[in-house]
Write a protein that binds this ligand. Structure first.
Ligand code: PLP
Length: 426
């Protein structure tokens, strides 16, 4: 990124519309695109010429968003998807096959633990969950069938941070890519590719859009991984039977992963982002560089206030000097440790439920990364089916409440927490 972050956020991918001169990216609410002639159609289908065919594959509004996110992450290309969860499947799809596995962090969004721990088994894929703060355990978990390491830069729900360069070195030595879910950090707080990651995935649903209006995801490829260095990635390094024997890496070089994701991934899995959603996310990203500092500043103040309150027993925020992740956060996330964390309230399950009900400005919802502050009590909602032991292991013990700190006036957020804590612990 030669330009500054905010300049890139506003201008990348958002040139004036070539057809009309419209200065803002239009919503191309369109399915198909007329071929100039039969030869043009053949060239598009052969991937000899880049252009629009059908919106399951590519759409001009979605393409603008792909260009913008790729620029912000410093990647060679990006593919938008229907959700963050779709993006995770799309990231794994070119790499995996029956019997192959990934090594994944134990500190992940609960939905990802279920997707990787259960659902991907239906494809013959599997995941080994490892504490990524233990490099020896990560190395030991990698075997001949491992095709990627997966981690969140800043993790949901605890707000812990990952030492990306340390994990990237292990992935490099094993000849496999490191995939980073950068949802909670956004490229404003962390650029995983600069720290050695190969692929970056996002739930665009969260901070990138920033106002709770869109469900979307994206996969960004660094373009730096040598898919042909070993025989682990035949979909990219060898003739692909799903695309009349085209060898993607040889043909497209650093764009191989992105072309495969569109020509085979979106074509056959159909996890496509819609142009309306892409438009809202384009609008959201224009102010990402203004919103994130405020999210972080508010989160730091709220976390410090909670930590000093006798009604609170612990706060997980990595921006606190007391956090075991504080040194890593300062070194690798100098602009802040995000705005999502959990805290424990005195009085257990009863008090936590009362607190959530007593909050006024904080909305009780299963979302994060919104301009407004959000709260959820995991043990009575998302983690309700688990035993208390399982809840504790997942960071969702009965007394734990998760906060997503918004960009309101921080004094009002603290006053709201103060009155709710008084009611909850009365
Ligand atoms: C929300 C979330 C996801 C899933 O994204 P969706 O858009 O809801 O599918 C993945 N990872 C993290 C860290 C998330 O917070």
């Amino acid at each position: 990124m030669t330009q500054g972050f905010d300049t890139t956020a506003i201008h990348a991918g958002s040139d004036a519309d070539p057809a009309t001169g419209a200065r803002q990216v239009p919503i191309y609410q369109t399915t198909a695109y007329a071929f100039r002639d039969a030869d043009h159609a053949a060239k598009l289908f052969n991937l000899q010429e880049v252009g629009y065919i059908y919106s399951r594959l590519t759409n001009p509004t979605v393409a603008a968003l792909q260009t913008k996110v790729a620029a912000l992450e410093g990647g060679a290309g990006a593919v938008c998807c229907s959700s963050g969860h779709a993006a995770q499947i799309m990231a794994l799809f070119p790499l995996m096959g029956p019997g192959k596995n990934i090594v994944a962090s134990t500190r992940l969004y609960g939905g990802t633990v279920t997707q990787f721990g259960q659902t991907i088994k239906r494809f013959g894929w599997s995941a080994k969950f490892v504490d990524l703060d233990d490099p020896e355990a990560v190395k030991a978990a990698i075997d001949d069938d491992t095709r990627a390491i997966f981690a969140e830069s800043i993790s949901n729900p605890g707000g812990y941070v990952t030492d990306i360069p340390a994990i990237a070195a292990i992935a490099d030595a094993a000849g496999i890519p490191l995939i980073i879910d950068n949802t909670l950090a956004t490229p404003y707080l962390c650029r995983p590719i600069e720290q050695g990651a190969t692929l970056v995935v996002h739930s665009l649903t969260k901070y990138m859009t920033g106002n709770g209006t869109v469900t979307g995801g994206v996969v960004v490829d660094s373009g730096k991984f040598d898919w042909s260095a070993n025989d682990k990635f035949p979909s990219l390094s060898q003739p692909e039977p799903a695309y009349h024997g085209l060898t993607f890496h040889e043909t497209f070089g650093p764009a191989a992963f992105t072309f495969h994701s569109i020509a085979v991934g979106l074509r056959d899995l159909g996890m496509t982002m819609n142009p309306q959603g892409a438009h809202y996310t384009l609008m959201g990203i224009e102010t990402l560089g203004l919103r994130m500092p405020r999210h972080v500043e508010n989160a730091q103040k709220v976390a410090e206030w909670l930590e000093n309150d006798p009604r609170v027993t612990s706060v997980t925020y990595a921006g606190l000097a007391s956090s075991p992740w504080n040194a890593t956060a300062k070194r690798l996330y100098p602009k802040g440790a995000g705005a999502l964390f959990t805290f424990s309230v005195k009085g257990g399950y009863e008090a936590a439920v009362k607190l959530v009900d007593a909050l006024d400005l904080f909305s009780h919802v299963a979302n994060l990364g919104d301009a407004r502050s959000l709260v959820i009590h995991s043990a009575s909602t998302t983690h309700r089916q688990l035993t208390e032991e399982q809840q504790r292991a997942a960071g969702a013990a009965p007394e734990v409440v998760r906060l997503s700190i918004g960009i309101e006036d921080v004094g009002d957020l603290i006053a709201d927490l103060d009155q709710a804590l008084a009611k909850a612990t009365a």
